[in-house]
Write a protein that binds this ligand. Structure first.
Ligand code: ADP
Ligand code: MG
Length: 281
């Protein structure tokens, strides 16, 4: 099955992720490149599949600044398919290209856009629940400096659109959605995600960009136990929440006092200039 929606042809694979695979595709008539996300279709169930739910959220949000357009969604053969605008590299890709270092200026410019994207999602009644660098991609062409938010596979409504009531507080044994490296502490302990958790994950993301890593990144789950990596990371986050991050404040203060021109630039990598040219006006 190489054609979708009658006019989109699969080209190369872009990424294989949590709920399916993402490919570069081409519009057979216009020649325009698109991103095609595929998920194996399950025999018909009354509930929407994760990709169908994601398409519905795109439908609600598209047209907003930094949200890609949904071009097609439906079923083709054994797959559920979603076609959206093809955008540029993700912030995780760029961060790696820049030797895991963004200057303070870059981080602040990114933060400005990231907060606006998350605010937009929240004002439409959704929490994203998987805020991390891989789920933000740069634009292309004239919009190359625009940060776009993608991957609504875990997003969820947090308020009733008719009554505007917030979903009730809930805590269960199922610990966590999203990516443990960036997950909020509430998420680790099974509390229903809400807007503050997206913002906590964003804070981890910004610290990650400034420090190059997070203190719980290199943890390993102890062998031959049932303790998961996510559980180890959540313990470390809880311990460090009060201690290490506060301890780091002088580091951040020192960085803030530095003249932005003196903040060391990343070592010259081959494509490093893309991010700086792309993000900074
Ligand atoms: N529209 C797009 N344009 C460019 N890259 C994309 C696009 N959609 C996804 N990607 C790339 O594919 C990766 C996985 O896509 P994503 O929608 O996050 O799927 P998953 O649910 O598997 O995480 C992203 O991190 C990004 O690098
Ligand atoms: Mg993703």
């Amino acid at each position: 099955m190489d054609f979708f929606g009658g006019k989109y042809r699969l080209a190369e694979e872009l990424a294989a992720g949590g709920c399916g695979q993402v490919f570069v595709g081409v519009h057979t008539i216009a020649g325009k490149e698109v991103a095609i996300k595929l998920e194996p279709a399950q025999p018909s169930t009354p509930r929407d599949s994760p990709l169908q739910l994601e398409s519905k959220i795109y439908k609600r949000l598209m047209g907003g600044t930094g949200v890609p357009w949904l071009l097609f969604s439906g079923r083709a053969g054994d797959y559920n398919v979603m076609v959206i605008d093809l955008l540029g590299p993700s912030l995780e890709d760029l961060f790696k290209m820049c030797n895991r270092h963004f200057s303070l200026k870059t981080v602040l410019l990114l933060a400005d856009q990231l907060i606006s994207r998350i605010e937009f999602i929240h004002t439409h009644g959704f929490v994203h629940r998987d805020i991390k660098p891989a789920n933000f991609v740069m634009g292309t062409g004239r919009a190359a400096s625009m940060v776009n938010v993608i991957d609504f596979g875990l997003a969820k409504k947090f308020r009733d659109s008719r009554t505007s009531l917030h979903i009730p507080f809930k805590q269960d044994d199922f610990h966590g959605v999203g990516t443990s490296l960036f997950a909020a502490i509430n998420t680790h302990v099974g509390i229903e995600s809400s807007r503050r958790d997206d913002l906590e994950s964003l804070a981890y993301m910004l610290i990650y960009f400034l420090r190059g890593t997070l203190p719980w990144r290199k943890l390993r789950a102890p062998p031959s136990t049932y303790i998961s990596l996510a559980a180890c990371r959540s313990c470390r986050k809880l311990v460090l929440k009060s201690r290490k991050l506060i301890h780091d404040a002088p580091f951040l203060r020192k960085k803030m006092q530095q003249d932005p021109r003196q903040v060391p630039l990343p070592r010259q990598g081959t494509r490093c200039s893309y991010s700086l040219a792309g993000v900074e006006p």
